[in-house]
Design a protein around this ligand. Structure first.
Ligand code: ZN
Length: 334
């Protein structure tokens, strides 16, 4: 009998579900893969498709024609649907294009797969056109909608697909992924991990182009130190910002880092795991956790989410820096 495995680090729930669905023969024809950008959504789909298509008894073998083509991303039966260059919306025409090929027999592997990138960018008529495919799914066709937010999809789409979530990885899991990708263990990699918010794909991107990574991490370190050191006041906290951050986009990146650090602090407080993402040592996170109350760390984290959600609006850097600093300072005192 065929035996299935999925070679994935982390994403335990998704992995467990797909392995039992493969072994039990109850895969659904439609999945919504929800998770942060870089959190392994594409890797999950790729590994799953390999397992589904593989000709070996121990699937995926990584060596048969199906595995090799899927790994290399050159399988003609896998169709990736995404917004046109420079466009933010997935239009109804793109979805209608699926109708042209969906009924044709697969050529490379035993089925066809359609991957909808940024599925939440399908406009309403595109989603409605898509719905028709869902309602009468052709045989041997699988749909994967990739999204950061399944709630942005129509309820009718959500109710006809299974939602599978990818999860953030902890430091050790990230190291395992980056080891697998052959990325050497050095300071640059450490910074990329800290900046990645638990998303391995993001860590890879930062590692590859990350000249700024060190600078941003350094700024975030200084903010955390200032925020969680006893005896500092609001004005000094704002000063630390002004000294280390000059532009709004830098501010947002540093705040995203600060949020990762706060999540570590929450983890420590809950005693949930001995793994941190931002802090290289668990002890450092533990030390900081002593200087902030449980409710303050949650409140500060919420305020940062709020601030980051308005950061798409063009902001005057000086004003933004002062506003962010001031609101975060107040939140952390609760
Ligand atoms: Zn194979």
């Amino acid at each position: 009998m065929k035996k299935y495995t999925l070679d994935l680090v982390g994403c335990d729930h998704a992995k467990e579900y797909f392995i039992s669905a493969l072994n039990g023969g109850y895969l659904s024809h439609a999945y919504i893969i929800e998770g942060a950008s870089g959190s392994g959504r594409h890797t999950l789909i790729k590994e799953l498709l390999k397992a589904m298509a593989c000709e070996s008894d121990n699937a995926p073998c990584g060596e048969c024609g199906c595995c090799v083509r899927l790994e290399a991303g050159v399988c003609v039966d896998v169709h990736v649907i995404k917004a046109a260059e420079g466009k933010t919306e997935l239009t109804v025409d793109l979805i209608r294009g699926i109708y042209d090929s969906v009924g044709l027999m697969p050529a490379d592997i035993p089925f066809k797969a359609y991957i909808i990138e940024d599925g939440d960018k399908m406009n309403r008529s595109a989603q409605n056109a898509f719905l028709k495919l869902f309602e009468e799914p052709p045989e041997n066709v699988y749909f994967f909608i990739i999204t950061t937010d399944a709630q942005a999809l129509l309820p009718t789409i959500r109710s006809r697909a299974l939602i599978i979530r990818t999860e953030r990885l902890d430091r050790e899991q990230m190291k395992a992924v980056l080891d697998k990708k052959g990325i050497p263990d050095n300071k640059k990699r450490e910074d990329a991990i800290a900046l990645s918010n638990g998303c391995a794909g993001e860590a890879m991107r930062i590692y590859e182009d990350g000249a700024d990574a060190v600078k941003l991490r350094d700024a975030a370190d200084k903010l955390i130190k200032a925020l969680l050191s006893p005896g500092l006041d609001k004005l000094s906290f704002i000063n630390v910002h002004q000294k280390n951050i000059k532009k709004t986009d830098e501010l947002c990146k540093v705040y995203a880092l600060l949020q990762t650090a706060l999540r570590d602090v929450i983890t420590v407080k809950l005693g949930a795991t001995e793994q941190t993402v931002y802090f290289t040592n668990y002890e450092d996170a533990e030390e900081y956790s002593l200087h902030i109350s449980d409710s303050a760390v949650i409140k500060t984290n919420d305020v940062i989410s709020e601030l980051l959600s308005i950061s798409d609006v063009p902001l005057n850097p000086t004003l933004a820096i002062t506003e962010f600093a001031s609101r975060v300072w107040d939140a952390h005192l609760i």
